[in-house]
Design a protein around this ligand. Structure first.
Ligand code: SF4
Ligand code: MG
Length: 324
């Protein structure tokens, strides 16, 4: 069953020099019960994409396409409607989760405000739920009485995860939640996300990261983005074992391997720079950095073609139709 269906989504930033085409014709689905990874270098549009599903504030502009979630197009919701479904149906753990909590309120008051806004009225019940969830993420019930500044970074991260999942959202979006953490804390976060799925607290997760090695520990499927476009999409295993797009191949080669494990490090070592998204060229956006670039790549944008069942990539080397 499909929980989220995104079609040809275009999210631009309006700037004095024109529109920056941060997300430019992206399509994918998230199934119920899966962890869907979105990966790519910083600036590829992955954060813009997931944030646009929840809140679009200027200069972020919806220029086209749909995002159908539980029968509703997220791009058409009013601010009020969006607020209603946030936390309850669709929730995000932000990139700087450690600093996302209101510093002037105790954890229990942050949670009570949120619960009340979404129609819960029994304070005792909410406090009980909070204590259960704190214990689930291995935090003491005393944390309920504390202010965010009284918690360590790792504890604050877990408290934020409790807040984001308190109302059992169907879809949880985790945006680079592990990038500021040490390896041990990263592992705890990954385990907690697994646990939320197993307990049925969330149905599906979108996990956004630049770290493919980490993604491998959690994602069922992955979508690789480059310069605002989807370049490859498929099962995690298949994409890691048989990457079809030159960009994915280079990304994987840039990860130093340690035995069977990939070392967790920032992606590095692909020569050249991504093109400007202010006036992107007509053809393949990877053209300027691709070792296999051909004349056609410069002129014609490659379309996603199915290279094996459920595994797609957009590159002229793979043949298929083109959007001339
Ligand atoms: Fe490289 Fe051409 Fe494929 Fe783009 S379409 S990734 S430039 S070979
Ligand atoms: Mg980001």
């Amino acid at each position: 069953m499909i929980l989220l269906r995104v079609r040809n989504l275009r999210i631009y930033y309006s700037t004095p020099r024109g529109f920056v085409k941060a997300v430019d014709g992206v399509s994918f689905e998230v199934k119920k019960g899966e962890v869907f990874g979105i990966a790519g270098e910083s600036g590829c549009g992955k954060s813009t994409l997931v944030h646009s599903l929840i809140l679009r504030k200027p200069p972020m502009t919806h220029k086209g396409g749909k995002a159908i979630f539980k029968g509703k197009d997220l791009m058409k919701l009013s601010r009020e409607e969006a607020r209603k479904i946030q936390y309850k149906e669709l929730s995000i753990i932000p990139q700087y989760a450690m600093n996302a909590l209101n510093p002037t309120k105790k954890i229990k008051d942050i949670v009570w405000d949120l619960a009340r806004e979404h129609g819960m009225q029994d304070k005792k019940e909410v406090e009980k739920l909070l204590k259960e969830r704190l214990s689930m993420v291995k935090l003491s019930p005393k944390v309920a009485e504390m202010y965010p500044v009284e918690l360590s970074g790792g504890m604050r991260q877990r408290a934020t995860m409790v807040v984001s999942t308190l109302l059992n959202p169907d879809l949880l979006i985790a945006d680079e939640v592990t990038s500021a953490l040490d390896v041990t804390t990263q592992r705890v976060v990954i385990e907690l996300l697994h646990h939320f799925m197993e307990e049925g607290i969330v149905k599906s997760i979108i996990f956004v990261t630049h770290d493919l090695a980490l993604l491998r520990q959690i994602a069922d499927r992955v979508m690789i983005m480059y310069a605002g476009k989807v370049v490859e999409i498929g099962s995690m295993e298949e994409v890691l074992e048989s990457p079809a797009h030159p960009y994915t191949q280079l990304l994987l080669n840039s990860l130093p391997r340690m035995g069977v494990h990939y070392k967790r490090e920032r992606l590095r070592g692909i020569p050249g720079y991504p093109i400007s998204l202010l006036n992107p060229p007509e053809g393949c956006r990877f053209y300027t950095r691709c070792p296999y670039a051909m004349q056609v790549c410069r002129e014609v944008e490659p379309e996603l073609v199915e290279v094996s069942p459920g595994h797609y990539a957009a590159c002229h080397l793979l043949g298929g139709g083109s959007r001339a």
